[in-house]
Design a protein around this ligand. Structure first.
Ligand SMILES: *[C@@H]1O[C@H](CO)[C@@H](O)[C@H](O)[C@H]1NC(C)=O
Ligand SMILES: *[C@@H]1O[C@H](CO)[C@@H](O)[C@H](O)[C@H]1NC(C)=O
Ligand SMILES: *[C@@H]1O[C@H](CO)[C@@H](O)[C@H](O)[C@H]1NC(C)=O
Length: 348
């Protein structure tokens, strides 16, 4: 019986790969088949490093799902470079290391099924949210670019980059909804690490779950900086050598946040209790190799879900119950819980 089950399962999940005949010279094309009798297949095309003479769009098989175009010195992305047959079925696209300075507004518009886009290691300074609109993009990697600011705030309507006020009077609601609908973005994971950002990005309206701001020259996080990101689970603000201050209520609104990485911020010395306000789901706080050596007293009252706090390199603290106090009062459940660290003399 177990053997039959095992056979059945392996028939279902087994991946068979075979090469594709009509593949562009220099590319490597592979069909991966899955399922019983190979009922599903995905074509994966690798056209890395073809050299600057490669002319875009590179012809790819008609049903390609994954395409790697990294390291091709593509330069500015025009409306036609990704518009060939086969591009409409792409689920993931790697455009990293391509000297991309600009993405024209319709460059990605044919990629109707695109979920994952890697634009890391390019020279982007600006990106209009309209170049992603209408795509089912869930994951965007923009790390190692040149963004000095980043604004994808979907709540502020913009025309030609200028904010406009939305007039809801006189029954214009239908057209307002239609125009908002066209701007809906589905991005859940956004990587902005290693850019030139001097302040936290405006991302209101994105259903983000993962956000990485590591290694940016941000000096200060302002109150309410992430106020609209109620779905965010993981926030990394690590390796910011200029970060000196996190204002009270900076993380307010991050009701789903479970992991906050503030490690490797050597100039960050001081965190007030109110910095942690609103972090009701936070389980893990990493302050390793930051300038913060002590934590505000009563911190646990603000962090009802916290499990672990990492302070200096090897100092780890956990939530524990004070022994011998079983008498809890309603509404004061956390009263007899304390943080215990693996090093003595930590001021908490
Ligand atoms: C974000 O980018 C950095 C730098 O490229 C990388 O180390 C990190 O793994 C990326 N995060 C994710 C989730 O891909
Ligand atoms: C740390 O914060 C407290 C209260 O917010 C303030 O009184 C104190 O001056 C700060 N210390 C430094 C070194 O910034
Ligand atoms: C905290 O951050 C440091 C440095 O980035 C990392 O090495 C360590 O694994 C992290 N600790 C936890 C508990 O995540």
């Amino acid at each position: 019986m177990a053997l039959l089950l095992w056979l059945g399962l392996s028939l279902l999940v087994a991946v068979r790969s075979s090469a594709v005949k009509n593949c562009h010279p220099g590319c490597h094309c592979e069909v991966e088949s899955f399922g019983l009798f190979d009922s599903f297949s995905l074509t994966r095309v690798d056209c890395r490093g073809l050299g600057p003479s490669a002319s875009m769009p590179i012809p790819i098989p008609l049903d390609t799902a994954h395409l790697d175009l990294s390291s091709n010195a593509m330069g500015p992305l025009s409306d036609t470079m990704l518009a060939g047959p086969g591009y409409t079925t792409l689920i993931s696209l790697d455009l990293s290391n391509n000297h991309i300075t600009k993405v024209s507004p319709n460059a990605l518009s044919k990629l109707r099924y695109l979920e994952t886009l890697d634009l890391s290691h390019n020279h982007l300074e600006h990106l209009s949210s309209s170049c992603f609109s209408g795509l089912p993009l869930a994951e965007v990697d923009l790390s190692h670019n040149s963004f000095q600011e980043f604004d994808m705030d979907l709540f502020t309507a913009k025309v030609n980059g200028e904010p406009v006020s939305v007039d809801l009077s006189h029954n214009k609601i239908v057209s307002v909804l239609a125009s908002l609908h066209g701007r809906v973005l589905h991005i859940q994971s956004l990587n902005l690490s290693a850019n030139q950002l001097s302040s936290a990005p405006s991302l209101a309206g994105l259903p983000l779950r993962y956000l990485n701001l590591d290694g940016n020259p941000i000096t200060q996080i302002k109150a309410g900086a992430f106020a609209q990101l109620k779905d965010l689970v993981y926030l990394s603000i690590s390796g910011l050598h200029e970060l000196q201050q996190i204002e009270p209520y900076s993380f307010k609104g991050l009701q789903s946040l479970q992991v906050l990485d503030l490690s490797n911020n050597p100039k960050l010395k001081n965190l007030s209790l109110k910095v942690f306000s609103g972090l009701d789901s936070l389980q893990e706080l990493n302050l390793s190799a930051s300038g913060v050596t002590s934590l505000p007293t009563n911190m646990l009252t603000h962090l009802p879900s916290i499990r672990s706090i990492t302070l200096a390199q090897n100092i780890q603290c956990w939530r524990t119950q004070k022994q011998g106090q079983f008498h809890r009062q309603m509404g004061q459940v956390h009263h007899n819980e304390v943080l215990t660290c693996n090093v003595e003399g930590i001021l908490l």
